[in-house]
Design a protein around this ligand. Structure first.
Ligand code: PLP
Length: 413
């Protein structure tokens, strides 16, 4: 147990690096750019390779600057270990690469980030059986389980429709059935929600989004919460079985996904992400307040057809969001009435930027069906309930009056 266990979220992040000695009293973990790590005694090098001694070997598999970030994410999630990757997709891909085999079955929420949807299609073309369900109701997940189900995968708040998975009940179901529950926490971030609280075994975060927060660096992470018993997971190779059960899952992910596929986070990127992470609480509070102000203004306007935001009492999972999340988040989507063209509306916005990405300090807008969800085709979009005119908004941290005025002025043309 560390001395800071009683500190709050931000204090813990700010002082995480300093809990270990840092060269020259530096308050940031330095950027260690060395790819190789030399040992004066060759026996120590051998001991590190054999796992008898801790230490670094080669930059693809681990780096001190990246480790410091991993420790920070572990603390943010209240977990027991984290592995960082070059991107969020590499972190989700690692679940497939390291933990699934042909013939395994995955139950995933149907309301998915577009590239995750594409990744699961790839997995299914390589022999993993996939069932996509409406995960807002645990009954749909329960009905899809088979004896071969290894993983249940959900996002906390789906993008762009903001559906919230039935997180507590799915967690309880997975625990009862001994199934690994994997939660993509990108949209909530560990500041709003810790999936460990509902029994998730692995938590994925795209560090690119709220954690780094400034749209200037890519990264991803998988955190083992300690909630899942790896001793009962069928796909652990014999050499990892020799380790303590708590280590088996992450050891296999580090070797079979990070090492063998090589999507490693660079130490420079890890440093940038660590600096961004220092202010996540402040940014999430402001961005959530801006999202709420925008969603309320738009919902009250007769020219707006519908607003999807968990903070509005009309949202189907408003009560659940209130119970589980610290704020209602910074992402929402809306449809204008048919007489207003969504492209014309977007072009009248002066502050909000037409761009893909979310979790930035600046407010971003995108017509999703014509862009990020275009490739999947009209049929799958219809299944996901994505209207052609749907606009997704990632609220930034601008002064609230300025951003609300921008969205209101664009309605008054
Ligand atoms: C962005 C995002 C990802 C992928 O993260 P990258 O860092 O862009 O690879 C995965 N899941 C969700 C919910 C995301 O928003």
């Amino acid at each position: 147990m560390s001395a800071t266990d009683s500190y709050g979220f931000t204090t813990t992040i700010l002082h995480s690096d300093r809990q270990k000695a840092i060269e020259h009293g530096s308050v940031h973990k330095p950027i260690h750019s060395s790819v190789l790590f030399g040992y004066p005694d060759a026996r120590d090098l051998a001991a590190v390779f054999q796992g008898k001694q801790s230490g670094y070997r080669y930059g693809r598999q681990g780096n001190p600057t990246v480790s410091a970030l991993e420790e920070k994410i572990t603390k943010m999630e209240g977990g027991q270990a984290t592995i960082a990757f070059a991107t969020g997709m590499a972190a989700i891909g690692a679940v497939f690469q390291a933990l699934l085999r042909a013939g395994d079955h995955v139950v995933s929420s149907a309301f998915l980030f577009g590239n995750t949807n594409s990744l699961w299609q790839t997995a299914s073309s390589q022999g993993v059986d996939l069932t996509l369900v409406d995960a807002t109701d645990v009954a749909n997940v329960a009905a899809a389980l088979t004896p071969a189900t290894r993983i249940v995968f959900v996002e906390t708040v789906a993008n762009p429709g903001t559906q919230i998975a039935d997180l507590k009940r799915i967690g309880a179901l997975c625990r009862e059935r001994g199934i690994l529950f994997v939660v993509d926490n990108t949209m909530t971030s560990p500041y709003l929600f810790r999936p460990k609280a509902v029994g998730a075994g692995l938590v994925m975060n795209s560090l690119t989004k709220y954690i780094a927060g400034h749209g200037n660096v890519l990264g991803g992470a998988l955190t083992d919460t300690g909630e899942f018993d790896w001793a009962g997971y069928p796909n652990i190779a014999d050499n990892f079985r020799k380790q303590a059960a708590v280590q088996q899952g992450m050891s296999q992910v580090r070797a079979k996904a990070l090492r063998d596929f090589g999507a490693s986070l660079s130490p420079e990127a890890a440093h940038q992400i660590a600096v961004g992470a220092e202010t996540i609480a402040l940014r999430m509070e402001r961005a959530s307040a801006n999202a709420m102000a925008l969603a309320q203004m738009l919902a009250a306007d007769p020219r707006v057809a519908v607003v999807h935001y968990p903070g509005l009492p009309s949202h189907p999972q408003h009560v659940l969001a209130k119970e589980l999340f610290r704020t209602f988040g910074a992402l929402f989507s809306f449809e204008l009435k048919p007489e207003i063209d969504c492209f014309d509306y977007l072009n009248r916005l002066k502050l909000a930027i037409n761009a893909t990405h979310l979790g930035d300090t600046r407010t971003l807008v995108i017509p999703v069906s014509h862009t990020i969800f275009f490739e999947m085709g009209a049929a799958r979009r219809a299944e996901m309930g994505l209207a052609d005119s749907l606009i997704r908004v990632s609220a930034g941290i601008e002064d609230t009056d300025d951003i609300v005025t921008d969205f209101k002025a664009a309605l008054n043309f």
